[in-house]
Design a protein around this ligand. Structure first.
Ligand SMILES: [Cu+2]
Length: 627
């Protein structure tokens, strides 16, 4: 086994510890060189954009070991404008983790060694910790967006302590990969797997927000026919891993769930790209580049727009489009106040990805911006940032050095795996329809400050009573810490198919969080084709993500849209809720997204959930089992 030795790179954010590679070609993180003009007298602006360390498969195999440990490093702190010493849990010794690059049909093997210290002992009170939040040093791994086997291939045993796991994430929080343990994952990519941009990150229920929020995430690229289109093959490729690492400002550490909840209450910190704040990209006029965007944050949406340039979007998440979606630059500054809402450019919710081509225009300096976008409306004061403000995330310098390149002709190649799902196919293959409802349910406002060491009674108005916690289980459902966006709320998903609400026909009467003993699971027959409607009963844009099988989006708010495939989708919010309504309003306006899906190739258990990971850790998740 060859070890990557630590070597100095130009950015100290890229300390490398603890990644070892059995099979794979290492491309170190480099400043992407771009030659200047021919004149010796002209000194072109320097690139500061850094690609993550990249590991490529060799002869169809990529085999790596990732070591989970504390990373002591320096990060730019957008809040202070200065560098900050941080000590964060990290699976890979870098922020972000290495980019893993594979081809369709390849075998990916990842061994995860959890070298974190033992889980701390939590006192029974002060602050009260629901049981599933008491394992901040336990973990597991999810390959986000991959269509792969979600079960356990071979459970660990005394003779085979590592076991062999597929994309298995439904560990009990008290289990998972505990400190000192190692688990072997193995994923076989089908030849017809969509080629595109994916990622990997920890996914243990109860510690996912702390882990991903501290920066534990890496891009996963699957190459296929789209990458052999000559114009795309010729384009320089860049990985943009957008992260906003969260830590307590004085210590540089992230040691409690409260800190994550507090940090996301007003929106996340500002985004960095590959660990660098506002990197500079240098392009030659007329050249074409291939940009892979990953929102590896845990809360905030991106709404990307490049001054003076059209972005040629050709994927939603990892799923390619046959025809470009042209995204024109938005005017700056954005007009305010929003009426009816801020326009969207390349909008990517937490966990989402997209891929774009960009053709450098006239020489000059341009900004890649995330433009204002509404994450919600009329939120209660502590319920999270309603509007994400405009922010410059990168600078693009176009040199007066013509280098004409072409954009590819359409249509672009799309795998048969992503063929449209017609009405006829739906009808002939099950055609079951389900409704899934995402919902935050608040408690009644309490008279005065709530007691510090006990849960307030969960006695909300009207619909709140729809929640029926089993006896003694309420303490597992709510996290009562003052001034966090999650205090005294239940994050739940409900499903129709059983009892229907008399006040809101078609809506469930029961909303159950994932950590409940009554947690719901959707059971689906292998090879079924179904149509599901996701309903958002909150005025916040929960980013919905389903594992294993992508969604073919056919309607928004009941109205047909031009269909497309995705795996992570910010739900619309209910703009009609009255001011101050928060998550608690009876008779709330509802919004919805309708998708179709084929449940192909793999049986086993997986999940669907909100990718605002604080919500997920508090129970906004539901099981799916294909049988
Ligand atoms: Cu959510």
């Amino acid at each position: 086994m060859s070890e990557i030795t630590e070597e100095s790179v130009s950015r100290r954010d890229f300390l490398r510890l603890g990644v070892s590679i059995t099979t794979g070609l290492v491309v170190p993180p480099v400043l992407t060189a771009c030659g200047g003009g021919d004149s010796d007298s002209y000194d072109p602006p320097k690139e500061t954009f850094v690609q993550p360390l990249t590991i490529q498969s060799v002869n169809g195999v990529l085999d790596v070991t990732l070591v989970l440990s504390y990373l002591n490093t320096t990060l730019f702190n957008p809040a202070t404008g200065k560098d900050q010493q941080v000590s964060l849990r990290n699976m890979f010794g870098t922020i972000p983790a290495p980019t893993l690059s594979l081809n369709v049909g390849d075998l990916l093997r990842i061994k995860v060694f959890n070298n974190l210290p033992p889980n701390p002992k939590f006192p029974p009170t002060e602050p009260p910790q629901p049981p599933h939040l008491q394992y901040p040093n336990s973990t597991n791994l999810h390959t986000h967006g991959l269509h792969v086997f979600p079960g356990i291939i071979r459970p660990s045993s005394p003779s085979d302590p590592l076991g062999l796991y597929g994309d298995f994430v439904v560990d009990d929080p008290s289990m998972g990969i505990q400190p000192g343990e190692t688990r072997q994952y193995e994923y076989r990519l089908r030849q017809d797997h969509p080629a595109g941009t994916y990622w990997y990150h920890p996914h243990l229920h109860g510690s996912s927000a702390m882990h991903v929020g501290s920066g534990m995430a890496g891009m996963l690229i699957i190459k296929g026919p789209i990458d052999q289109v000559p114009e795309i093959a010729a384009a320089q490729e860049r990985a943009f891993v957008f992260q906003a690492p969260i830590y307590e400002q004085t210590t540089g550490k992230l040691e409690s769930f409260t800190d994550v909840a507090t940090a996301t209450a007003g929106g996340e910190p500002l985004f960095m790209i590959n660990g660098v704040r506002r990197p500079r990209i240098v392009m030659k006029s007329g050249s074409v580049e291939n940009w892979r965007f990953l929102n590896a944050g845990i809360f905030t949406m991106l709404n990307l727009s490049l001054d003076g340039h059209t972005l040629y979007q050709y994927s939603h998440d990892g799923n390619p489009r046959r025809f470009f979606k042209l995204v024109a630059p938005l005017p700056t500054p954005a007009p305010a106040p929003p009426q009816p809402s801020y326009p969207e450019a390349v909008a990517i919710g937490a966990g989402g990805r997209t891929t774009v081509l960009v053709k450098a225009g006239a020489p000059g300096t341009y900004f890649l911006r995330t433009m204002p976008i509404e994450m919600g409306r009329n939120l209660t004061p502590n319920a999270g940032g309603a509007v994400v403000n405009e922010d410059i995330v990168a600078e693009v310098v176009v040199l007066n050095d013509p280098y004409p390149m072409n954009l590819p002709p359409e249509p672009l190649p799309v795998t048969p795996f992503l063929a449209p799902i017609t009405d006829q196919e739906l009808a002939e293959n099950g055609g079951l329809k389900r409704t899934i409802v995402l919902r935050v349910i608040g408690s009644n406002p309490l008279p005065g400050p709530p007691p510090a060491t006990q849960y307030p009674p969960f006695t909300g108005p009207a619909q709140t009573s729809l929640v029926q916690p089993p006896p003694g289980e309420l303490a597992d459902w709510v996290y009562q810490v003052n001034n966090t966006q999650i205090a005294n709320k239940v994050f739940a998903i409900g499903s129709t198919g059983t009892t229907s609400s008399p006040t809101q026909p078609g809506m469930p009467t029961t909303y159950i969080p994932f950590q409940s003993s009554k947690a719901l699971t959707q059971t689906v027959a292998l090879n079924a084709v179904e149509e599901w409607t996701l309903v958002n009963m909150n005025n916040i844009r929960h980013p919905f993500h389903i594992h294993v099988n992508p969604m073919y989006i056919v309607a928004v708010n009941g109205k047909p849209v031009e269909p497309y495939w995705a795996d992570t989708l910010p739900l619309p919010f209910s703009s009609e809720l009255p001011t101050g309504g928060g998550p608690n309003v009876p008779g709330a306006a509802m919004t919805s997204i309708t998708f179709r899906s084929r449940f192909l190739h793999y049986t086993g258990p997986y999940v669907m959930h909100c990718h605002m990971l604080v919500h997920e850790d508090m129970g906004m998740m539901q099981g799916v089992t294909v049988v």
